[in-house]
Design a protein around this ligand. Sequence first.
Ligand SMILES: [Zn+2]
Ligand SMILES: [Zn+2]
Length: 429
Amino acid sequence: MRAIAPHLRGRPCAPGKRREEKKCARNLRNRCKEEGEDYAVVNFYHLVDLEDVSQEAELHRRFCSEKDIRGRIYISSQGINAQFGGKKEDALAYADFVEGRPAFRGLRYSVEDCEGHAFPRLAIREKQWLIPLQGGTVDLPVTDPSCRATPLSPAEWKKMIQRQEQEGSKPILLDVRNGYEWDAGHFRGASRPPVDVFRETPTTRGVEEAFPELKEAEEGQPILMYCTGGIRCDIYSTWLKQQGFDQLYTLEGGIANYLRSEGDDEEVWKGSLYVFDQRLATYRDKPAATGCYHCGGPVVPAAHINCANADCNWHFLCCEACREKFRSCCSTECMHADRLRPVLERGGRYERMHEYVDGSDEERWQRGEGTRRRRRQWRARLRLRRAEKVASKLRGLGLSSPSSTNEESAASASTDEMESASAARTRHG
Ligand SMILES: [Zn+2]
Ligand SMILES: [Zn+2]
């Protein structure tokens, strides 16, 4: 039996009963929207000491079991971090429920209207830490506001950047996110994070290794840090403060809050805002801050795709024309791989590989057998070639090239985030 359903090879296939059944089940599960219902995405986090994490999580599970919401809700002894969505009424009811809990009093949440469900399922997890950071965060006093950076309102943030520019000094802007988020959009003047995945930001070695800008910081020079919603800055600034930096400022509520209140003025902000749900980006009508991986041209809508080769799954920016030309693949090599998934017309995330095949392979892939090994082998093969491509592009721009480990990180990040069952890891701010 063929490993891949013929329609994935670009040939018509007889509509077998089994395949039709699978398609129906898939549509039902992915049913995005009920007519006449409003949907929303809600984000919040709250850093606070919690004594009984299990009991707290159980209460949240019970409340959510009667609501139509999906997303990631992580609870640890250091607080809560939640990105979820669903029927607006239900999503807001849950946010109000959390805000009403004595431990989370004062919590603030953001609400964005959305077309249907933005997350595939609901996961309420008890975690050791809310944000994965090398070395962990358990020993950091992240719940003490005096141990972290000073928050600036979006208006103050903008003024601070402009004032420093007027005074002739270049503000030190730290993008505390993953490298590929910077690719979609960033504040002008901020460098691409030196690691592709935030959780790999070194905290066990020198600060300069994490952000070279910090090495050049003069004494007393303000350091402005930002992330999507604020949690990554709150946690990372706690660590930076311990390293002796005291002129630290964060953007309150993160980029999401800034764009809502100050707008996406091109002089300050460039591109779209990467988000970790099925939309993949908001403010996506403008070109992404960096160009298409294949042709360098503008990417509109400014959202990432994953390589259609399930054994590669690389997360990258690709323009519409190249998506068609390369069938959503990152390379011609991937276009001829065995485990190809169909081109997703509107982007977004793929189903698990076994959803696309029939027969004995379905069962094998359902168990995930060999997936890790295949990906490892595939990546090893592509890594060098891809690193060379990125390096030559950067050389063309007059920038230095990233290390090959960054390439590996990018690949593993996309694997983790976009497809694997354990995708729900907190790395949001
Ligand atoms: Zn292109
Ligand atoms: Zn690929």
